[in-house]
Design a binder for this molecule. Structure first.
Ligand SMILES: *Cc1c(COP(=O)(O)O)cnc(C)c1O
Length: 398
């Protein structure tokens, strides 16, 4: 039997694989501390759960319109207006099964063979894989640590060709927590407009920001860039709702309609019950929940960055958003553990898992070897214990 060619183009998500391996070790009774989680460690707020239970009891358990219920599309449009000053009609919003699904619908509706899609590295693992699934070509361009892991406008411009279809921006970003301010976005937008390039703006972490950072959506800068941008986000991270699978895309009506057609012939509507829960989540009644969560993340952020910076050979960018740190471990590479040379971040994370029982994701998975990603969506107690182990394990390298 021969599988379709596209299967061989992609890799399974390395972050999910690592998380699975750490969980399997835990099941065997091994005391593993995982820094690999890609989701908040908080529970979905009670009021949101109650909205879902109500939906079930009231029999809201059938198919809905495949692009999402009007009430939720409108709730998203209202939220985008209030939070980011964006003006979308409900029919310019498509509800999908998580932001990952929204991004997949964009790839299917917009990209094809011969297209190039620019992705700054470090990138979220899914971006290049979805571009490959669409038969287009991912064009990876480095966003350097010295530039705060932000794509330099002149570097963006330098990789544009007549085939360039889109740029995927993720702000605040996973895995780094870097975030673009208005001035920087204006420069990116000017180049995109001049070259007629779409911007896919993944703003999943827009509400998880620190030190008073003010999220600006590139779509809000002017009418020309608004018409070229698709804003993507979800209920998953800000409302601790990763399992509910609700994401959305907002953009030009012709594109949202095309994505809706694809969705109607692939998954149909996201779960009716989750949609009702998301209406409740986006009501504005959970600002206190988000504030509480961000405050807790913030304390852990400072703690983990300080601990990492105190380890000889490690430097660490202070994230402005999301819940990951992305330490630079290049100086540690080349050291020895017993008879093995730890000469890559893949080997370093394997060493940390096997010897220190700590799970971290190698930067290679995000297009940035020499770094690793640690999630601080985990209790302070776990973070303290895990950092002790990392510090010891690195000290034991020769
Ligand atoms: C978690 C994440 C998503 C996916 O969110 P889902 O709604 O769970 O599909 C999208 N983009 C980034 C950058 C993420 O970290």
């Amino acid at each position: 039997m021969s599988l379709a060619k596209r299967v061989s183009l992609i890799k399974p998500s390395p972050t999910l694989a690592l998380e699975a391996r750490a969980k399997a070790m835990k099941k065997e009774g091994i005391d593993v501390i995982s820094f690999s989680a890609g989701e908040p460690d908080f529970d979905t707020p009670e009021g949101i759960k109650e909205a879902a239970i109500r939906a079930i009891k009231e029999g809201f358990t059938k198919y809905t319109p495949s692009s999402g219920i009007e009430e939720l599309r409108q709730a998203v449009a209202d939220k985008l207006a209030k939070d980011l000053g964006l003006s979308y009609k409900s029919k310019e919003v498509l509800i999908s099964c998580g932001a990952k699904h929204s991004l997949y619908n964009i790839a299917m509706a917009l990209f094809e063979e011969g297209d190039e899609v620019i992705i700054p590295a470090p990138y979220w693992v899914t971006f290049p894989e979805q571009v490959l699934l669409s038969s287009a070509k991912p064009v990876i361009v480095d966003a350097f640590e010295d530039d705060g892991f932000l794509l330099k406008p002149e570097l963006f411009e330098s990789v544009i060709t007549p085939k360039t279809k889109a740029l995927i921006l993720n702000t605040p970003s996973n895995p780094v927590g870097s975030a673009y301010d208005r001035t920087h976005l204006e420069k990116i937008a000017e180049i995109a407009v001049r070259n007629n390039i779409y911007i896919i703006s993944d703003e999943t972490y827009s509400e998880i920001v620190y030190d008073g950072f003010k999220q600006v959506s590139i779509a809000s800068l002017n009418k020309k860039i608004f018409d070229l941008t698709i804003v993507v986000s979800c209920a998953s991270k800000s409302y601790a709702m990763t399992g509910w699978r609700i994401g959305y895309a907002a953009g030009p009506p012709y594109l949202i309609e095309a994505m809706g057609n694809i969705q109607s012939q692939s998954t149909s509507n996201p779960a009716s019950i989750s949609q009702k829960a998301a209406v409740e989540a986006f009501s504005g009644r959970y600002a206190d929940f988000i504030n509480m969560m961000v405050e807790r993340f913030d304390r852990r952020r400072h703690y983990i960055v300080n601990r990492l910076r105190n380890i000889t050979g490690i430097t660490c960018f202070l994230p402005q958003g999301a819940f990951y740190v992305f330490p630079n471990v290049k100086e540690i590479l080349g050291k020895m553990f017993e008879n093995t040379v730890i000469d890559s971040t893949v080997k370093l994370t394997e060493y940390l898992l096997n010897e220190a029982k700590v799970a971290a994701v190698p930067g290679d998975a995000f297009g940035a070897p020499g770094y690793m990603r640690l999630s601080f969506a985990s209790s302070m107690e776990n973070i303290e214990k895990g950092m002790d182990r990392i510090e010891n394990a690195i000290r034991n390298l020769r």
